[in-house]
Write a protein that binds this ligand. Structure first.
Ligand SMILES: *[C@@H]1O[C@H](CO)[C@@H](O)[C@H](O)[C@H]1NC(C)=O
Ligand SMILES: *[C@@H]1O[C@H](CO)[C@@H](O)[C@H](O)[C@H]1NC(C)=O
Ligand SMILES: *[C@@H]1O[C@H](CO)[C@@H](O)[C@H](O)[C@H]1NC(C)=O
Ligand SMILES: *[C@@H]1O[C@H](CO)[C@@H](O)[C@H](O)[C@H]1NC(C)=O
Ligand SMILES: *[C@@H]1O[C@H](CO)[C@@H](O)[C@H](O)[C@H]1NC(C)=O
Ligand SMILES: *[C@@H]1O[C@H](CO)[C@@H](O)[C@H](O)[C@H]1NC(C)=O
Ligand SMILES: *[C@@H]1O[C@H](CO)[C@@H](O)[C@H](O)[C@H]1NC(C)=O
Ligand SMILES: *[C@@H]1O[C@H](CO)[C@@H](O)[C@H](O)[C@H]1NC(C)=O
Ligand SMILES: *[C@@H]1O[C@H](CO)[C@@H](O)[C@H](O)[C@H]1NC(C)=O
Ligand SMILES: *[C@@H]1O[C@H](CO)[C@@H](O)[C@H](O)[C@H]1NC(C)=O
Ligand SMILES: *[C@@H]1O[C@H](CO)[C@@H](O)[C@H](O)[C@H]1NC(C)=O
Ligand SMILES: *[C@@H]1O[C@H](CO)[C@@H](O)[C@H](O)[C@H]1NC(C)=O
Length: 408
């Protein structure tokens, strides 16, 4: 029995600050329980309606949990795909996807709202349900098996309704349940200046010259599970085949959005910064431990403007007992590939079995222990042995001389 990120109750959500608006994260599964639609998004609605005395506007957000996806359809090349989100008292939000042999796109958003929900629409004159269809291009044509990402705001209008979408990550027609490691960033998020915060030349084993990254809180909840992570992250990347030139990129938590998935025995943390398409961490479980199994990175643009993607799905870092968290305050250098090193600072992670939204006991990395303190202890132990040795010699000597005396 492997329970993943475990049940959080409301006070813990408060403690985590989850009640700030968070992206809704959902995955539609096919008959074989494989993900066919992956979506993480934020939507604000402003609805104009008639009350018993006047006309008014209300604003609310798509909730970040407690939604159902009942009527969603995985679709195929001939049948479109539907992401059908039911929320609150009889409201729904549907995104239609279509595809051909090479690309998929979102073509329409259908928003249905129930005016008899007096919580959202106080004092509404009508108690009926209204449906508004907007033709959209969200996502625009994206190659199959590629994730679409857009942090920028997109406004969709219809009669009486304005919808604001942002922090959108979408992929429909996901093949084999494997979310694409390629990503396509929307045009509005560009132009992105080439990523050259610090450009320096040093061998990967030398200390970085760059500033330490800001420690960020990258925790998130998905359904009733959550993953906790705080760390400072620095990427060291080399494109030169001889690996002599490295660039260093610090992940800025203030410009990073967090998505992810929590399962009983796998958890994914995906960071989407404005200078990276994404940086993802996949945690797995083996025996009674969890460990970091996979790290992938994809940069929007590199030194000379070209893209860079790299990763390794065969790692084995941070191994820790399930039910504990892993901590390493010291700088840690993880070799992901020949061209990609990940440095972490002030790290603490717990991908599974989070209770009450708080880190469990930490298992700390070796580097955090200052071995200097061992020297006095070693000296103390040696001295202790010496004293005992002298004492024993004394006793033996005394006994011998005593015996000797008697036998004479
Ligand atoms: C997770 O574990 C629980 C209890 O062991 C089980 O009921 C549930 O089906 C598991 N979920 C998945 C996705 O394996
Ligand atoms: C898919 O998961 C559901 C519950 O989450 C379970 O009832 C069903 O048997 C699973 N189907 C397969 C094919 O694993
Ligand atoms: C969405 O709505 C929330 C609160 O209603 C507000 O704080 C936030 O600024 C809005 N975001 C956008 C992008 O409109
Ligand atoms: C409409 O009336 C309600 C009270 O019924 C009031 O709260 C609201 O501010 C009014 N809206 C406008 C736009 O006048
Ligand atoms: C979830 O939403 C339903 C309505 O769709 C509501 O009745 C229920 O109280 C909500 N549950 C929580 C925990 O918010
Ligand atoms: C969305 O797809 C469904 C099912 O294919 C279809 O019935 C509906 O008309 C589509 N909606 C729009 C607005 O295209
Ligand atoms: C698929 O659609 C895209 C854009 O609509 C188009 O450029 C492309 O040629 C189409 N591919 C095929 C195989 O029909
Ligand atoms: C909705 O309003 C109509 C008339 O305005 C009324 O006959 C009906 O009973 C109402 N239904 C509900 C569920 O309140
Ligand atoms: C899906 O699986 C099929 C058969 O195993 C394979 O040919 C195909 O490349 C896979 N697609 C992806 C995107 O992994
Ligand atoms: C390494 O390759 C870069 C270009 O790829 C080149 O400029 C540099 O001189 C090379 N360094 C060595 C030591 O070969
Ligand atoms: C980033 O966030 C930290 C802490 O939340 C704050 O101290 C700092 O000023 C922020 N930096 C920028 C550039 O907004
Ligand atoms: C990321 O956003 C921050 C603040 O919005 C900006 O200062 C910085 O230049 C951006 N970085 C890139 C690579 O766009």
């Amino acid at each position: 029995m492997m329970h993943g990120c475990v049940v959080l109750v409301l006070p813990c959500l408060l403690a985590l600050g989850v009640l700030q608006s968070r992206a809704l994260h959902v995955e539609v599964k096919d008959d074989a329980n494989k993900t066919c639609i992956f979506a993480s998004l934020m939507v604000n609605f402003t609805v104009h309606y008639e009350t018993n005395t006047n006309d008014t506007n209300v604003s609310f957000s798509l909730p970040d949990n407690n939604v159902t996806l009942d009527k969603s359809i995985c679709g195929s090349e001939s049948v479109g795909s539907l992401l059908w989100i039911h929320f609150g008292s009889g409201h729904s939000w549907i995104l239609n996807f279509t595809r051909n042999a090479t690309v998929y796109r979102g073509s329409a958003i259908t928003f249905t709202y129930n005016l008899s929900d007096s919580h959202l629409f106080p004092d509404a004159k009508s108690n009926g349900t209204l449906t508004r269809v907007s033709n959209v291009d969200v996502p625009p044509a994206v190659p199959l098996n590629t994730m679409y990402m857009c942090n920028s705001v997109d406004v969709v209008t219809a009669t009486d309704v304005v919808q604001t979408l942002w922090d959108v990550t979408l992929q429909a027609f996901v093949e084999n349940g494997t979310i694409g490691s390629n990503a396509s960033q929307c045009e509005a998020d560009t132009p992105v200046t080439p990523v050259v915060p610090v450009s320096t030349i040093y061998p990967p084993t030398a200390a970085p010259i760059a500033d330490e990254p800001i420690t960020g809180n990258y925790s998130f909840s998905s359904g009733n599970m959550s993953l906790l992570a705080t760390m400072g992250l620095q990427l060291n990347i080399s494109q030169a085949s001889n690996k002599t030139t490295w660039i260093t990129i610090n992940i800025d938590p203030n410009n990073t959005s967090v998505t992810g998935t929590c399962d009983n025995d796998t958890a994914t943390l995906r960071l989407n910064s404005n200078n990276t398409r994404f940086l993802s961490f996949i945690f797995a479980v083996r025996k009674n431990n969890f460990y970091l199994k996979e790290v992938n990175v994809s940069l929007l643009s590199f030194l000379n403007g070209s893209a860079f993607s790299d990763g390794n799905g065969n790692l084995s870092y941070w191994e820790t007992s399930l039910g504990s968290s892993y901590m390493c305050n010291s700088e840690q250098r993880l070799q992901v590939t020949d061209s990609f090193l990940l440095n972490t600072f002030n790290l603490r992670v717990q991908p599974f079995l989070v209770v009450d939204g708080k880190f469990s006991t930490a298992e700390e990395c070796f580097a955090d222990f200052d071995l200097g303190f061992l020297i006095p202890i070693a000296v103390g132990i040696a001295l202790g042995f010496l004293v005992i040795l002298v004492f024993i010699s004394y006793l033996i000597g005394r006994k011998k001389s005593h015996t000797g005396y008697q036998s004479v």
